[in-house]
Each structure stands twice: as C-alpha cells, then as structure tokens.
Design a protein. Structure first.
Length: 129
C-alpha cells in the first residue's frame, strides 16, 4: 500500500517549479555517486539503491517521477530549491510515490537510510504518435 500522506507531503515540499527546474538540475548519480548505486536501467525505468549514512547530506539534485521503497527506518530532512525544509520519519516497508523535482536530503537519524528507488522515464513510442 502506498503511503499517500508522506508522498503528498514530500511532493508539496518539492513542488515549487519542479518540472521547469528538472532540466537545469544535476542527476542523482552525478551528484552523489557514493549514495546512489545503479542496479538496473532500460528505456522505461532506472532502479537505484540509495544509502545515506547518518548525518550525511546530499547536495541539490533532481529525480523524475519515481517510487521509493523504504528498507529501513530513518528520519530524513528534504529541502526544496527555494530553501523550504521538512523532516520525515520513514518506516521499513513504506512505499512512496514522489513526483519529479529538485531537492537536497540529509539523514538526521542515527542509522543508515536505505531505499530502493524506481525512476520512471518518459514513454515515447513513435509508432503510436
């Protein structure tokens, strides 16, 4: 079951100009290659293993629309491009839908944050256009 409350809150903090700013934002793998590990990629999705150490901060970057599956309990602080921040307590087993947008993140818990992220790529099929 998708945790809609968390997802809507995260989307609202990331919402400010998210789609327009995606082009100018750095990709997560480029911004934090020690945090994001590519597990699989094809023309439809990119699957990332995300591990943020306690106290670690990840610089501003962007993701397309994505689903996040939380593997361990953690407290994260998300900050949008306009400087608005919000803290979230995530629990193992939660599934979040998060729309595209730029943000930075900080692990403010005492344990490693661990998430599997599935980023969606735009569906472009010339045969149906």
């Amino acid at each position: 079951m998708v945790n809609k409350i968390y997802a809507e809150e995260i989307i609202s903090i990331l919402d400010t100009g998210r789609r327009l700013n995606m082009i100018e934002m750095k990709d997560a793998l480029q911004t934090a290659p020690t945090v994001y590990t590519l597990l699989m990629e094809n023309d439809r999705v990119r699957v990332l293993d995300v591990r943020v150490k306690p106290g670690e901060k990840v610089a501003m970057h962007a993701h397309p629309d994505h689903v996040a599956y939380v593997l361990g309990g953690q407290r994260l602080k998300f900050t949008s491009k306009d400087g608005k921040s919000k803290e979230y307590e995530l629990k193992a087993g939660q599934v979040l839908w998060i729309e595209a947008g730029p943000h930075s993140v900080e692990n403010i818990s005492k344990v490693e944050a661990h998430v599997i992220m599935v980023e969606l790529k735009p569906l472009i099929r010339p045969e149906i256009l």
